[in-house]
Design a protein. Structure first.
Length: 94
């Protein structure tokens, strides 16, 4: 479980990492790793008993995003329905 805790603290912006940093700042690395492993065991036990799914609300997974130029390039045919749906009035020229 200590190895699992060491891997879990590498995930940035996760609740597990924040727990480790909070304990590690006061008690040191070794105590914080063991406390994190114990916390992981508690979480796993709770999930097995209740059948819930673990969702870390603080963890943000990086996604592949399009470049800014590709994002701004929106076909006129796609933009008009989106603007109408948002409540804008579109007046066609001519």
């Amino acid at each position: 479980m200590v190895q699992c805790a060491k891997v879990a603290i590498k995930a940035r912006n996760s609740q597990i990492r924040l727990f480790y940093l909070r304990i590690g700042g006061r008690r040191g690395h070794n105590v914080a790793i063991v406390a994190t492993a114990r916390k992981l065991l508690d979480i796993i036990w709770h999930l097995l008993i209740t059948g819930e799914e673990y969702i870390d609300k603080r963890y943000v997974k990086k996604t592949i995003t399009k470049s800014r130029k590709e994002t701004l390039k929106l076909a006129l045919e796609e933009a008009i329905p989106l603007l109408k749906q948002a409540g804008y009035t579109i007046i066609e020229p001519g």
